[in-house]
Ligand binder design. Structure first.
Ligand code: ATP
Length: 252
């Protein structure tokens, strides 16, 4: 699968009079993992939510600038936001299985998009659960309630649910922050595998995690993108004093 490039051009986001993002210019590579790091409140999640237009669900938000996905401006007037959110899937911090069976959680999206044939759904469910490294753990209890799964399993189920609608980009907002170390390791393994087929952008508080899972890292501070580089370069050889202070734990 050919996944796609994201380009943020002079992006500004305002929550009423408060400006949360300032002129963000960022080219995100396809088939790579890009991590967004920075202290609490610096705008990482706001930027992430800009990529599938989730911010505009919040009252009073104003967005300037543009984000291009696959060269297409996603804030253009004629953009189909439902189609955009199908193409750009999102995984949130809190594992949130729907209160229905494991099978139905994964079949939910494809059903909404009009797939009714049971065999086709069966195939999608199996393929998505396999891709999310969850199939072996749940294949004998697909009809069981998803809420009975552990947090780590639920997070992988959410990823299966995202994969089931064939996205090209996967956004993850602190996906491991509610997970134990073993589940976190499994999730990181999965992220490494998914990179072959998807463009992944992940917000994380955890710098070790950013260093482990990502190819590129962007460091945000007070709504600005301070430094953006290959992960190794940014961690080993930061160019900006503020990046260096942050990654060496002087604030944050
Ligand atoms: N719905 C909102 N209404 C008003 N202000 C908001 C809203 N969401 C975020 N903000 C503000 O925008 C700024 C950036 O928030 P954002 O959540 O993007 O930061 P973050 O870096 O992801 O932080 P954290 O790591 O704590 O989630 C913060 O000052 C925050 O208080």
């Amino acid at each position: 699968m050919n996944s796609i490039k994201i380009r943020s051009h002079n992006l500004n986001v305002f929550y009423g009079p408060f400006q949360a993002l300032y002129d963000i210019n960022m080219d995100i590579e396809s088939n790579k993992v890009t991590a967004l790091i920075g202290p609490s409140g610096c705008g990482k999640s706001t930027f992430l939510r800009s990529i599938n237009r989730l911010n505009e669900l919040i009252d009073g938000v104003r967005i300037e600038g543009q984000i291009y996905i696959d060269e297409k401006p996603i804030y253009a007037r004629d953009v189909d936001v439902v189609a955009l959110r199908k193409k750009v899937g999102m995984v949130f911090q809190k594992p949130s299985a729907f209160p229905m069976s494991i099978y139905e959680n994964v079949a939910y999206g494809p059903r909404i998009h009009g797939i009714k044939d049971r065999r086709v759904l069966d195939e999608i469910v199996e393929k998505s659960l396999k891709a999310a490294n969850l199939w072996n753990e749940v294949k004998d209890r697909l009809k069981a309630p998803a809420t009975g799964l552990s947090g780590g399993q639920q997070q992988r189920l959410v990823i299966a649910r995202v994969l089931a609608v064939n996205p090209e980009v996967i956004l993850m907002d602190e996906p491991a922050s509610a997970l134990d170390p073993i589940s976190t390791a499994k999730l990181e393994e999965l992220i490494a595998e998914l990179r072959c087929n998807y463009t992944i952008v992940i917000v994380t508080h955890n710098m070790q995690q950013a260093a482990r899972v990502s190819d590129y890292t962007g460091f945000f501070l007070n709504g600005r993108l301070i430094e953006y580089n290959r992960t190794e370069e940014l961690f080993v050889n930061p160019r900006d004093k503020r990046t260096e202070d942050y990654i060496t734990g002087r604030f944050g």
